[in-house]
Design a protein around this ligand. Sequence first.
Ligand SMILES: Nc1ncnc2c1ncn2[C@@H]1O[C@H](COP(=O)(O)OP(=O)(O)O)[C@@H](O)[C@H]1O
Ligand SMILES: [Mg+2]
Length: 355
Amino acid sequence: MAESAARYDLDRLSIATLASHSSLQILHGAKMEGFRTVAVVTRDRMWFYEQFKHLIDYFVVLDSWRDLCRGDTVRRLQTLNSVLVPHGSYVEYVGLDCAESIEVPIFGLRKLFRVEADQWAKMELLRRAGIPTPRVYRVGDDIDRLVIVKLPGAKGGRGYLLARSRDRVVERLRRYVEEGLIRSFDEVMIQEYLVGVTAYYHYFYSPILDRVEILGADVRYETNVDGLRRLPPNTATYLDPELEPSFVVVGNIPLVLRESLLPRILEYGMRFVEETKRSLPPGVIGPFCLESVIDDNMEIKVFEFSGRIVAGTNIYIYGSPYSYLYWSEPMSTGRRIAREVRLAIERGTLGKVLT
Ligand SMILES: Nc1ncnc2c1ncn2[C@@H]1O[C@H](COP(=O)(O)OP(=O)(O)O)[C@@H](O)[C@H]1O
Ligand SMILES: [Mg+2]
């Protein structure tokens, strides 16, 4: 793909992304860095994104996200000298095969999509990196503590459940198979439920500057697990004896961390970068996120990662306390992506940030 980018007119490069998730941030950032912008949008969302047409030079309109890899769409993106910025919804919307094979240069590490799609491979990568992770179980394993049962795919925590016994897990998953929510038990990951507070760290690895930056942190606001604590203990079951916590994300809340935690958080980010360089060369490029729980001993355990820009970065379109420390100017993750592309072009090393 770096080769196909070599045919691009670099003075007329465009930053393209799917109109969803963190696209307004990405497009805004690209504009700030002087790039042309392309929003790939489905017809039903067009009216909304047109309200932001000052940020968007070209619309590529699709009937369905699945049309992204059609020949005419790809040619249009190539003609516009597009670099595609994948975000948290990219693979979920267009499917893994299209996501990783599209013949448009991607800002980021394409190879990581397939690892991310497999919950087991994902946790394995974290472990190999030497990042502390929760204990994991397979369906059928003996369960001796509270666990969280995770369904495959970025469904924003939908259908996740808590359980304390093997029988309960199996009973519920049988129902999920019948309902067609999952195909087999193998797709499911069970993790020890970590007690503490959740914290999600936004990193950016710059192959051009060869450094890992912490660009921010957030907490996800999830319904109804976050809503249940508004009720006194045990009253939730009066509402509905079957009521259980769920983890459907609604938004994100900013977080600034104790400074004494920062060295470890940065170290885990660096370990992640090193491990991806070892096992998935050339390694992660640009934004990624480690999602964790911190307990009362200040121990951090990472329960998953995202190899792309996460929606929590939308809090910091005007920059975060951390991004300001590196750049002393408003620097969102979206803008940071465009800045990296610009730095790469200036140094004639665009191939380092595209796959
Ligand atoms: N091991 C865990 N212990 C406690 N809470 C967890 C654990 N894993 C996930 N969660 C909660 O469930 C939410 C969704 O889980 P996650 O694995 O991030 O799935 P996804 O982001 O794909 O929806 C998290 O944001 C967190 O609140
Ligand atoms: Mg997550």
